[in-house]
Structure formats: structure tokens, C-alpha cells
Design a protein around this ligand. Structure first.
Ligand code: PHE
Length: 336
């Protein structure tokens, strides 16, 4: 038994205890009721008195040593835990929190939508993947119209009827099919055209479309709402002019210019010295479009307009390259 005691003494003196788990294992192994030392005491009790004489003291010493080692290691560990908590240096400078902001396109889209919402328009949205009917046929595009050409439109391969919408006018059709007049909606959205990417064109861009259908809607109503928009968006002194144009889905059709807000109409390099900036396309909804969506053109009339958000954003912030909107360069985006 004396050998056993010596062996355990060596063992516990060299035990490595570096964490709480090892400390707990030490306690279970040596100090608990079922631990090695308790077992030795049990054996000791069964011994003849003459053996006990020489073993009592070494056994007690072993127990005390184990308890002492346990205590020391316990104190050391709790000290170390305390110090670890203060290894964080509170005097170090903190990182700057990077706060995100809206994309310039989103800022301008919201501004435009807000102006029309004040006039009672509500926002309507439609799918980006469309069919020929909603993008072209219902909008009175003849079958041979060049916009249907592969050169302008992204078709879904193997399904010639399915395509990426080339304008938000498709949402007009969906809204008219769904809701009987009166209708007073604006439709912001992403559109896609098969164009070479340059400073002035991209294959993805954004439009906002407007549509008002009711009894007795006239061209004068259209002109008035556009003038109101121009003055709200570009400033109180803005003026507009309408030039005759053509769209298959409006008759008559026009393009609207706004007086150049940079030179106040005097002429500068942004308005190419004309004093005017081209902003949007518009017109009275073509009777065929009303018929295609089961609205009686004898009873109802309406106007529609559509504008490119990139172009208007470029004018507002004097941005010269449209590609910047799509590159997600933080140095550009954080300026808004
Ligand atoms: N959809 C036309 C375009 O993409 C714009 C437009 C909308 C014109 C509504 C007239 C009426 O150019």
C-alpha cells in the first residue's frame, strides 16, 4: 500500500491542469467520494491494526497534498479568467460604423412617385419577364414593328413569346385588364433592351410610367399634370414644351421637354445649347389599346406617359456616365 501511495503522490504532483475541465477531472479522480484516495481509505480501514500504524500518516499526507494542489490550481485558474476578461483594451479607438444610403436611382424614383402620389396616383407593379401580348400586341405594335426585333428585345430562348419587358407600358395593360376604370396609376420598374453598354445607354434601366383613364380625360389634363410635375421636380420656374411624336399605343403622341434647369433656358453644354431637355414620352391612350383590354373607347379616354429614371437622375446630379449606376462603387454611391 505504501507503494500505491507513493505512486499516486508522484502522479498528482505532475498533473497538468490548465483549464476548468482538467481541474474538475482531477477532483473526480482523486478527491471525490469514489475517487482513488477514498478507495485507499476504504482499503486502509480493512487492514490489521499493525499495518495501519505506518500507513495512517502517509495516507493523510496524500489526501492533504491532493486538496492543496486542487486549491492552488483552482485559484490560479480563476485569477487567469479574471485577467482574460480585461485583455480588451478600452482605450483603443473604435471603428467608424459604415452607414448605408439609398441608391441615387431609388432616391429619384421615390421623389417622382411622391409627386404623383400627391395627385392621387397609386403605385402599380408588374413582372419583368413578360409575354408578347403585354409588351407589344396589346399596345398596338404591328407584327412587323422593329421593336420586336431580336436586336432590341431579349427573348427567352426556345420560347419566342416570352421576353424581358422593354418598357413599363406592359404594366398599363395588366392594370387595365385587372381593374375597370377609373384608373390613376404610376408604374416604376426595371426594363431591358439589347443595347451596347455605353456612357449613355445600358441594357438594364428604369422607367416610371403614368396612366389615367376616366370619362372625359383630355390632352389638356395631360399637359397640366406634366407641367405640375416639371415644376415640382425641376423647380417653380420650369417650363415645358410638347413636340409631336409617335408611339403605337398613344394617339396623338408627344415628347416633352423641360426648360434646362442648369442654364435656365439660356443654353449650355448639358442642353446642347437648345435651352431644353428631353424628359419623357406621352400621349392619349390609343382606342385600340382600350379595346384590347375591354374598355369602351366611346365611354372612356385616358393619357399615358413614360420617363427614364437614369436620365432624370443624371440631370439632377450632373452625372455624365450612366454606367456608374450599375457598378456599385461605394465611392460613387456614398455621395448621395
Ligand atoms: N413606353 C415608352 C418608351 O419606352 C414611353 C411612353 C410611355 C410613351 C407612355 C407614351 C406613353 O419609350
Amino acid at each position: 500500500m505504501i507503494d500505491k501511495i507513493q505512486k499516486i503522490k508522484d502522479e498528482i504532483e505532475h498533473k497538468i491542469i490548465n483549464n476548468n475541465e482538467e481541474l474538475e477531472n482531477f477532483r473526480l479522480n482523486y478527491l471525490s467520494k469514489r475517487g482513488i484516495i477514498s478507495q485507499l481509505f476504504d482499503e486502509f480501514r480493512k487492514l490489521d491494526p499493525e499495518y495501519k500504524k505506518n500507513l495512517g500518516k502517509p495516507l493523510n499526507d496524500l489526501k492533504n497534498l491532493a486538496e492543496q494542489i486542487f486549491k492552488e490550481k483552482q485559484e490560479k485558474l480563476s485569477e487567469r479568467n479574471k485577467n482574460e476578461r480585461f485583455e480588451i483594451d478600452f482605450t483603443l479607438p473604435s471603428y467608424n460604423e459604415i452607414i448605408g444610403n439609398r441608391h441615387p436611382i431609388s432616391i429619384i424614383r421615390k421623389e417622382i412617385c411622391d409627386i404623383f402620389e400627391h395627385l392621387g396616383f397609386t403605385i402599380e407593379q408588374g413582372p419583368e419577364i413578360e409575354d408578347d401580348w403585354h409588351v407589344f400586341s396589346a399596345l398596338n405594335f404591328p407584327p412587323e414593328h422593329p421593336a420586336r426585333d431580336m436586336q432590341d428585345t431579349f427573348f427567352i430562348e426556345k420560347m419566342p413569346d416570352i421576353l424581358l419587358r422593354t418598357h413599363t407600358s406592359s404594366v398599363q395593360i395588366r392594370a387595365m385588364e385587372k381593374t375597370p376604370p377609373p384608373l390613376k396609376i404610376i408604374m416604376p420598374g426595371r426594363v431591358f433592351r439589347n443595347e451596347a453598354i455605353s456612357a449613355r445607354a445600358h441594357c438594364i434601366f428604369h422607367q416610371i410610367e403614368g396612366l389615367y383613364i376616366d370619362t372625359d380625360v383630355s390632352f389638356a389634363d395631360l399637359k397640366q399634370v406634366l407641367l405640375y410635375f416639371a415644376r415640382e421636380f425641376f423647380g417653380k420656374n420650369s417650363d415645358i414644351r410638347l413636340r409631336p411624336s409617335f408611339f403605337p399605343f398613344t394617339e396623338p403622341s408627344a415628347e416633352m421637354d423641360v426648360s434646362c434647369s442648369i442654364c435656365n433656358g439660356k443654353g449650355c453644354n448639358v442642353c446642347k445649347y437648345t435651352g431644353w431637355l428631353e424628359i419623357l414620352g406621352c400621349g392619349m391612350v390609343h382606342p385600340n389599346v382600350l379595346k384590347n383590354t375591354n374598355i369602351n373607347p366611346e365611354q372612356y379616354s385616358g393619357y399615358a406617359f413614360g420617363m427614364g429614371i437614369e436620365r432624370i437622375t443624371m440631370l439632377r446630379y450632373a452625372i455624365r456616365d450612366l454606367r456608374l449606376f450599375f457598378e456599385n462603387d461605394i465611392r460613387f454611391l456614398e455621395q448621395f
